[in-house]
Design a protein around this ligand. Structure first.
Ligand code: FPP
Length: 288
């Protein structure tokens, strides 16, 4: 059975799950299946504010956020997105009250237990990234068992960032390079290039995210995927994470497909005449 899901054309499984004429179906129909991001990353923010606006404890916001996780994962998998990385717990999140941190671990366990059958059915391969060795033992065990159960799946990679920090990741990559060079006796001649760093990041083997979504309106990167988002398109929505539904995700993708991605080059709609006649440099004056 494994492999049949990803063999279907992109978007097919999503459209099959939607009702023709519904809002989500109309949005999905507008997407160009050939120009979907290979990798989407999401900063799931605003759970606390969602709860506060309802006079609920913060953990109720995290609990409600689980439904958004479920919907985003299933939608991306059904569209045929290659990888989805979710920022679930940062290295800085340990500063939160202990009860909130413990609830987050419990919710992750609940999510894995509840969603594993769907994750398997959707042919999703689960992975986690961050300093996982510092996670509570029970969380590590739950994760390892869920990852093992999905290890041979060939569809979307669902990558959960846990005890993750972009700077920590870069420091870990540099230390790995140093350690390998010491072990092979090549420290004296070591020369580090971009490929060497990328190959030792937690995301090694994954394409860089094409699209980074952040909910709740904050214009920050918050130490997420600092290296990998060099050329990602950023999409910030005021919607709080627990309110982020399939339509919000589809709208983000439609916005993404309108972007002109140049990666430092020129847009194809630049006319050759615009680049042909160089301005006489003398006319600009000499640099001071
Ligand atoms: C940020 O909102 C959210 C988090 C730190 C946790 C995200 C966790 C979940 C969505 C629950 C389960 C996750 C998985 C992967 C199953 P915030 O608390 O910083 O919100 P605020 O800025 O409004 O206070």
């Amino acid at each position: 059975m494994v492999g049949w899901v990803s063999a279907l054309p992109l978007m097919t499984r999503l459209l099959e799950a939607l009702k023709p004429g519904d809002r989500d179906w109309v949005l999905a129909q507008q997407l160009d299946p050939q120009r979907l991001p290979a990798h989407i990353a999401i900063i799931m923010d605003g759970n606390g504010r969602w709860a506060r606006s309802r006079d609920l404890p913060r953990v109720a916001g995290h609990q409600a956020g689980m439904e958004s996780v479920r919907e985003a994962v299933e939608t991306c998998a059904r569209m045929g997105i290659g990888a989805l990385t979710l920022y679930a717990f940062s290295v800085e999140n340990w500063k939160r009250p202990r009860a909130e941190v413990e609830t987050l671990w419990r919710l992750l366990g609940v999510y894995l237990q509840r969603e594993l059958p769907t994750i398997i059915e959707q042919n999703i391969q689960l992975s986690a990234m961050g300093r996982l060795e510092e996670l509570p033992a029970t969380v590590r065990e739950e994760l390892e068992s869920a990852m093992a159960a999905t290890a041979t799946n060939t569809g979307m990679r669902l990558n959960v960032a846990l005890n993750y920090g972009g700077r920590t990741e870069l420091a870990d990559a540099v230390n790995a390079i140093l350690q390998e060079a010491r072990a092979s006796g090549s420290l004296e001649t070591l020369k580090v290039d971009e490929d060497a760093i990328a190959a030792r990041l937690y995301t090694a083997g994954l394409p860089d995210p094409d699209l980074l979504i952040r909910t709740s309106g904050e214009m920050r990167i918050s130490n997420f995927l600092l290296w990998q988002i060099a050329y990602a398109e950023l999409y910030v929505t005021d919607t709080l994470w627990p309110d982020f539904r399939r339509a919000d995700l589809l709208s983000a993708l439609l916005d993404f497909q309108k972007r002109d991605r140049r990666f430092g080059g020129l847009s194809p709609d630049v006319h050759p005449a615009e680049t042909e006649s160089p301005v006489a440099l003398e006319a600009l004056g000499s640099p001071r």
